[in-house]
Design a protein around this ligand. Sequence first.
Ligand SMILES: NC(=O)c1ccc[n+]([C@@H]2O[C@H](COP(=O)([O-])OP(=O)(O)OC[C@H]3O[C@@H](n4cnc5c(N)ncnc54)[C@H](OP(=O)(O)O)[C@@H]3O)[C@@H](O)[C@H]2O)c1
Length: 284
Amino acid sequence: MITVTGATGHLGRLVIAALTGRGVPAAGITAAVRHPDAAADLAAAGVRVVPADYDDPSTLPAAFAGTDRLLLISSNAVGARVAGHANVIRAAAAAGVGLLAYTSILHADTIDTLLAADHLATEAALRAAGVPYALLRNGWYTENYTAQIPTFLATGTIAGSAGTGRVSAATRADYAAAAAAVLTTDGQAGAVYELAGDDAFTLPELAAEITRQTGTEIRYQDLPQADYAALLTSVGVPAQMAEIYADADRAIAAGHLYEPGGTVTKLTGRPTTPLADAVAAALT
Ligand SMILES: NC(=O)c1ccc[n+]([C@@H]2O[C@H](COP(=O)([O-])OP(=O)(O)OC[C@H]3O[C@@H](n4cnc5c(N)ncnc54)[C@H](OP(=O)(O)O)[C@@H]3O)[C@@H](O)[C@H]2O)c1
């Protein structure tokens, strides 16, 4: 049995699709989710759906019973997720799970960014738990940008603090395919994967690609980190997240989210989604 937590999220759903695409029968997959009602479609497709809340340890033993391989998808509660992740890790160890794969962040042990703290703490909890584990250190999602294309088009601007730093982004579907490859391949205990897109781009290049495809002139406006954070809060982003996003841009400017390894492609056997294709998909 392969169990996927956070299976009602964007990445979790794509992982389940990638697992079935690799021939795993739906009955061999458990979707461990906070709100089972939101997984009715997965249940209808034959996936076992069980309640599992990272922050409620009483839900976890039944969810993980019979699990051979578990994917722990990091919670989206940035800054308040380590305790929940540790609950999952402890429960997985107690259930005798044969492999726990965790979605960490690219270069977690060397990257200089606020976002890495939760992931580093979770990686430490994994090492301490004694459960066999693999680290899926995911890079930036291309969708972090393509989801904002309507705003870019409305304002004619991509604002940021990333300068001309290159970011090796890949789509969620690319990362999901890599996760499914790890979950369906033997001998993964101890593996650490730095996962990223094959082709890196800068934010000026992103602006140029959107301009090329839409005919609307989009320019990249580079701002000091504090000014970018202030801009984000001015449009309603909570202050903590604005600080985190601006800090992530600083990390991109410094090259911390650039990764030339091609590891996703090595795992999946196919190239990652080019930026042009991701932009085109978002525009349709
Ligand atoms: N690499 C990147 O650029 C990037 C960007 C954004 C996020 N991320 C990280 O990658 C993760 C997956 O991405 P995504 O796009 O799938 O995010 P998402 O759509 O927000 O999904 C997050 C999932 O985590 C689940 N979750 C949160 N807290 C939980 C808890 N206490 N117990 C059980 N489940 C819990 C959510 O459950 P519900 O469905 O019930 O809400 C949701 O299914 C994110 O959570 C975040 O850690 C990475």
